[in-house]
Design a protein around this ligand. Structure first.
Ligand code: APR
Length: 268
């Protein structure tokens, strides 16, 4: 068995031994669905300065900048399909080995893959809210003008519509963040997939899990500032690595390689 296979098996055995598994995902898990991440070469912030295009302040002063960037992104979001990594996490949930997905992504791909417990830390592109009268709009109501790079206007009052994504300088939904931190503190295994861990408060979530005694598994194509807290790092594309881990987990749990249901934990 090669080194890579051994790490895959170790990850599968950690999942098998875990009582409660919680997953944190970032843009990296959706790159294989055709949606660029933010900070890798060619990422969104290498093409659009987030200070100009993606802060709450810049949106209020000139929403056309954000919607200009959105016109570039919307076709990618619309055409994106869940990739094998999203599907693998949905299967882990069905196998009882993923209690929740905490995602920083706004692309709705976890839900479309079949994950049913998804906390969207940074909101969603699927709805928008009028900044004047707070009326909610669906993406279909927004996209006509947004696709033409125009500023979507409220259907009721004509005010500016802002998508329900969290921009820099904007607070996260307090209850979503609180629940995410609770889940991190309750789990005994956290999978951290495609996260650059450079943006807070999301970047703190693996640390909460670690402090609570959880094992931490990173899946990434590169290193992150938090690699030292990882118990296992699976270097590779999420869409390639995660399906292998799930297949190995199913082999372990159905192939009789477990010791009669009494699992030797990592401590003995
Ligand atoms: N498989 C696994 N990991 C990948 C893949 C892949 N195919 N492709 C890229 N990655 C990794 C990168 O190495 C990087 O560590 O995914 C991570 C993406 O990091 P960022 O681009 O910083 O994205 P993210 O961590 O989601 O950013 C967090 O910052 O700009 C804000 O709101 C935005 O939600 C975003 C937040």
């Amino acid at each position: 068995m090669g080194k890579k296979d051994d790490i895959i098996e170790r990850a599968a055995r950690m999942i098998d031994a875990a009582r409660k598994v919680v997953t944190l995902t970032g843009a990296g898990i959706s790159v294989e669905s055709g949606i660029p991440d933010f900070r890798s070469p060619g990422g969104l912030w290498t093409r659009y300065d987030p200070v100009v295009y993606a802060t709450f302040e810049s949106f209020i002063s000139d929403p056309s900048k954000f919607w200009e960037m959105a016109a570039d992104l919307h076709p990618l979001l619309e055409n994106a399909e869940p990739n094998p990594a999203h599907l693998a996490l949905a299967e882990l949930e069905r196998l009882g080995k993923c209690d929740a997905v905490i995602t920083q992504n706004i692309d709705h791909l976890h839900q479309r893959a079949g994950s049913t417990v998804v906390l969207e830390l940074h909101g969603t592109y699927r709805t928008g809210t009028c900044l004047a009268c707070r009326k909610q709009h669906t993406y279909e109501q927004i996209k006509v003008s947004a696709f033409q790079g125009e500023i979507p206007r409220c259907l009721s009052c004509g005010g500016v519509v802002k998508p329900d994504v969290v921009l820099f300088g904007e607070p996260l939904n307090a209850s979503v963040l609180q629940r995410s931190n609770e889940l991190a503190s309750e789990c005994d295994l956290m999978l951290v997939i495609g996260c650059g861990l450079e943006v807070y408060p999301a970047a703190s979530i693996p640390t909460y899990a670690k402090r609570a005694g959880a094992n931490i598994i990173f899946v990434n194509i590169a290193s992150t500032p938090y690699d030292p807290i990882a118990d296992l790092i699976l270097l590779g594309k999420a869409g390639e690595v995660l399906p292998k881990v799930v297949e190995e987990y199913k082999k372990i749990t159905t192939g009789g390689r477990r010791h009669f249901g009494i699992w030797k934990s990592k401590d003995n």
